[in-house]
Design a protein around this ligand. Structure first.
Ligand code: NAD
Ligand code: MN
Length: 491
């Protein structure tokens, strides 16, 4: 045995990289079809115009499958089948029967968790350990949780005789494809609605796999319809006259357009949009724990997280220490093959998103920001971005104000609580924030003043199906998760 490989972990200096052998998750038995059709009325049907678009693996640029492109005619068919299912089956059966279907979906998803995780990783570029440890379990949780509500709807809003809305049109983004589908479908069905859902164009596969599973689960035809396509397909759903409720997660730009086009239509609307979360570290915080939390908050899922803690505020006395620890930690981060179980940072979701992130990095440099990137090497093929830190930035910097949606952190310092509250709230967004301190009283003092839908204390990016999630200001309105997420689908 070679001596150098026999290094004792205790002998390694902090920040030294331990070399792991590659540990790829096998995708040998994963079946991805060459071509995917639309899921309408319980069947897989070809789009009227016969158009398809490719979906690729962003880590290899290999084509995975052709995906049907739905136009307004296909969307109309999907909405009609949802309406038919609503009128004829879904509104006729009891809540406990609806619950049984949802429990069945949850259990079947649990049985096939590995397959869904691998496909999520291949289609979207996220590390397998996240797909397996976060995305898929969260999706399962959402189905289990809302399955439990299905026969208790009248207790959700006591004395109000709640009723389903009818047909919900749902449009979701590419950052948590299966999880977002579950967040949308589970509460809608539990409350008694039927749905037409469109996944994002770069990540349709797990939603289509879910359609197969829903078909196998024997859910009545038309209760769930999955139509694939791009922005125009989404617009056709949103603007369809027979849709009673629209739920959208995605960019603030598209969210605003949807809000305008629905004004006066009487349709119910929830919007989950962008964010620019503040992460605040006080001098009395457990620093190593906070550094780990910051790394998770901004580099988790390549920074493709609407609630990412992408603005770091460090109290002046510990700023140098924290920055050095962040850099040391970045040296040990593994970026590369998303299917490898050791990988921390996977591929950027698309060429388009990589261009956006790189544009912002250039903007940051041109604004006078000081860039830090570790010297790690990147794979030759695919879309990659090194974890990036900007110091020497101010409130006026675009990299501080605008959502980058990539692995880019800005670092600013502060002295007092009042100062940091003002800095943290000085943003168009208001989705999430984090506070790191040893003092419980400070958590409440600061947390109560932060204008964010969720404030984490000594943690970040923690989710639970029972707990509502959503934003303020340009981060949107309405809540997903918990009882709030259910009432969004009730009259
Ligand atoms: P996007 O808003 O363009 O796309 C999100 C979804 O909306 C996709 O399914 C898309 O096909 C659909 N869509 C696009 N135009 C539409 C329209 N006019 N009407 C109805 N649906 C439409 O977001 P994107 O281009 O994928 O990403 C751009 C930015 O969006 C990101 O950089 C980030 O700022 C933000 N984003 C936010 C989230 C989030 O979870 N809040 C997720 C992904 C992206
Ligand atoms: Mn893809």
């Amino acid at each position: 045995m070679a001596k150098k490989e026999n290094k004792n972990i205790a002998d390694l200096k902090f920040g030294a990289t331990i070399e792991y052998a590659p540990a790829p998750e096998s995708n040998a038995h994963i079946e991805i079809k060459k071509k995917y059709e639309l899921f309408i009325g319980g069947e897989f049907v070809a789009p009227e115009k016969g158009k398809y678009f490719p979906t690729i693996n962003p880590a290899t640029e290999e084509k995975l499958a052709d995906i049907a492109k739905a136009d307004a005619t296909d969307v109309d068919k999907a909405v009609k089948s949802a309406r038919y299912a609503y009128d004829n089956y879904w509104s006729k059966i009891s809540g406990s029967q609806r619950g049984k279907y949802l429990f069945r979906i949850a259990r079947m998803l649990q049985e096939r968790a590995r397959e869904f995780a691998i496909i999520e990783t291949m289609d979207g570029g996220k590390p397998i350990k996240e797909a397996k440890g976060f995305d898929v379990p969260m999706a399962i949780n959402w189905f289990f949780y809302y399955a439990g509500w299905a026969d208790k709807i009248e207790y959700a809003v006591p004395g109000k005789n709640p009723e389903a809305l009818g047909v919900a049109g749902q449009v979701i983004p590419w950052n948590f494809p299966l999880m977002m589908a579950a967040w949308k479908i589970a509460p809608a069905l539990a409350a008694g609605n039927c749905v037409v859902l469109k996944p994002a164009e770069t990540t349709s596969l797990t939603a289509l796999k879910l359609a197969e599973l829903i078909q196998e689960a024997g859910v009545p035809p038309g209760v769930v319809n999955i139509v694939t396509g791009e922005g125009d397909t989404g617009a056709a759903i949103v603007n369809h006259a027979d849709v009673d409720k629209v739920a959208f997660t995605g960019s603030t730009r598209v969210g605003k357009m949807i809000q305008k086009s629905l004004a006066g239509s009487g349709k119910k609307l929830t919007l989950e949009l962008g964010g620019k979360g503040a992460n605040i570290i006080f001098e009395d915080a457990a620093i190593d724990q906070a550094v780990e939390g910051v790394i998770n908050a901004v580099y988790f899922n390549q920074g493709h997280v609407c609630c990412a803690g992408s603005r770091l505020f460090v109290q002046e006395g510990i700023a140098e220490t924290v920055l050095q620890k962040l850099k040391d930690r970045l040296k040990t981060i593994r970026i590369g093959n998303p299917l490898d179980k050791n990988t921390d940072i996977g591929a950027i979701n698309s060429k388009k998103q990589l261009d956006t992130v790189q544009d912002y990095i250039n903007i940051g440099i041109n604004e006078g920001g000081k860039l830090y990137q570790d010297k790690c090497s990147l794979p030759k093929k695919g879309f990659w971005c090194k974890p990036t830190i900007f110091t020497n930035v101010s409130q006026a910097s675009r990299v501080v104000q605008e959502e980058i949606f990539g692995p880019v952190l800005t670092v600013q310092t502060f002295r007092t609580i009042d100062e940091v509250v003002e800095l943290a709230n000085n943003t168009y967004y208001g989705l999430s924030a984090g506070v790191w301190t040893d003092k419980g009283s400070k958590v409440f003092q600061v947390g109560n003043q932060l204008k964010a839908g969720v404030v984490w204390a000594n943690s970040f990016n923690k989710f639970d199906a029972t707990s509502p999630f959503g934003g303020f200001k340009e981060s949107g309105f309405g809540r997903e998760g918990g009882l709030h997420g259910l009432t969004a689908y009730l009259k």
